[in-house]
Design a protein around this ligand. Structure first.
Ligand SMILES: *Cc1c(COP(=O)(O)O)cnc(C)c1O
Length: 413
């Protein structure tokens, strides 16, 4: 890669949540294989981010490469309006056999945020089709993150930066503290206006990497049932084994009415998401006899993405992923334990293949990232958090290197 390419990149290409005028440094990646990223300058780092929760099997995975290549030779894409194909049908069959069994219908879309939009539309259409026009608000949790499109943003914690900028255009919904008393109060006061409660189960991700109990998740399900409010569970980050269960709902043994999946669905190969719903929700949407679900992305059920997703989910289910995630959990607990003592550290949390050091102050991302790369590790801290979500097949030695680098990074600030 030439210097003028990097100059061009700095002047013309936007990065996530970034300034075009004062860009942070970006590191050019040449290739990725197993748990390693190789930079253009030859440096090789252990990837502790799984590319934002997605690359659960690591990179350049033979089974996924084979699935993509085989599908490419047949067709990479056809429209889903009026057509269907084997990859979508096979993937739908497999997904419906592993999600909570009340979920019976699936809508494929192209990103997590869009799957959240679809989930919200499902809930709104469900009540509308039954002539209930009052139930058109959502209840969400403080610290929630559900995506970056306008509808999804409207159910993200209002204190998050992305929300504040758009307060004047976003529809106003309700937010609850993450405890049973607050939730009960909101349900009592607002239930006749609520189409759905939308939550990330057990782990709140991009809003702060916070955990809550399975008991509270159970209580949310009970409140929804008691007050006739739909439950939308956003498993985009937690799905496919990350928390130690295949889906985080399983920690509490609950059945959602609507569920969103995405991120690691294709093992990080390409973008695909889905919204699943119960027979009750599906029937409700059609209750007025003329109802159709009003959504239809151009790349809906993209065959290439479906074929790779099918291979990725099969690879996960055929692997010893529970053992892998458990042993990573144990190693993260042990490896990060020393941080508890540090004055700069507010909290250390581990669940499944997720390890989080929460600092007392916001960290200097560039400084920490430089340090981590010197230690041979790739992480992307945000806010006060230095955290990892490694691919599940990361070996002990690499997890050890990862936790050591995190510990020394936490001493930097
Ligand atoms: C990442 C994420 C989304 C948004 O998914 P995109 O594919 O980035 O649009 C929504 N909800 C949760 C919980 C997420 O982690």
């Amino acid at each position: 890669m030439y210097h003028h390419d990097l100059d061009f990149e700095r002047q013309h290409i936007w990065h996530p949540y970034a300034s075009m005028q004062h860009p942070e440094p970006v590191y050019p990646v040449k290739s990725a294989s197993g748990v390693h990223l190789t930079f253009e300058n030859g440096d090789k780092v252990i990837d502790g981010m799984a590319s934002w929760w997605c690359a659960i099997h690591g990179y350049n995975v033979p089974e996924l490469n084979a699935a993509a290549t085989a599908q490419l030779a047949k067709m990479s894409h056809v429209m889903f309006g009026g057509l269907t194909h084997q990859p979508a049908i096979d993937l739908a069959k497999l997904l419906l056999s592993i999600v909570p069994n009340q979920l019976q219908h699936i809508f494929f879309s192209d990103s997590g945020s869009v799957s959240v939009e679809v989930a919200m539309k499902m809930a709104l259409q469900y009540w509308q089709a039954q002539g209930n026009t009052h139930k058109n608000k959502f209840l969400a949790l403080k610290h929630a993150y559900h995506g970056d499109t306008l509808g999804a943003m409207s159910v993200c914690d209002p204190a998050l930066g992305i929300h504040q900028l758009f307060t004047h255009v976003l529809p106003q919904h309700y937010f609850s503290d993450v405890n049973i008393e607050a939730l009960e109060g909101q349900f009592k006061a607002q239930h006749d206006k609520l189409a759905a409660l939308i939550i990330e189960p057990i782990v709140q991700g991009a809003g702060g990497m916070r955990f809550y109990s399975a008991e509270l998740l159970q209580q949310m399900r009970e409140l929804c049932t008691r007050y006739d409010v739909l439950l939308i569970v956003d498993e985009i980050a937690t799905g496919f084994g990350r928390t130690g269960k295949l889906f985080a709902c399983e920690h509490a043994n609950i059945q959602p009415d609507i569920m969103c999946i995405g991120k690691s669905l294709t093992g990080g190969y390409m973008t695909l998401a889905a919204t699943l719903c119960s027979a009750q929700v599906c029937d409700g949407i059609h209750a007025d006899g003329s109802g159709v679900l009003m959504h239809g992305p151009t790349f809906m059920a993209n065959p290439l993405a479906c074929a790779v997703a099918l291979a990725s989910v099969r690879l996960l289910l055929d692997s010893a992923w529970q053992c892998r995630v458990q042993s990573i959990e144990k190693q993260l607990q042990q490896g990060l334990a020393p941080c508890h003592e540090y004055a700069q550290v507010a909290d250390v949390r581990v669940l499944g293949a997720m390890g989080i050091i929460e600092m007392k102050e916001a960290v200097n991302v560039t400084k920490i990232q430089n340090h981590l790369i010197e230690q041979g590790v790739w992480l992307r801290p945000f806010g006060k958090l230095i955290y990892t979500m490694p691919p599940f097949m990361m070996n002990e030695q690499d997890v050890q290197q990862l936790t050591s680098a995190m510990i020394s990074a936490s001493l930097l600030t």
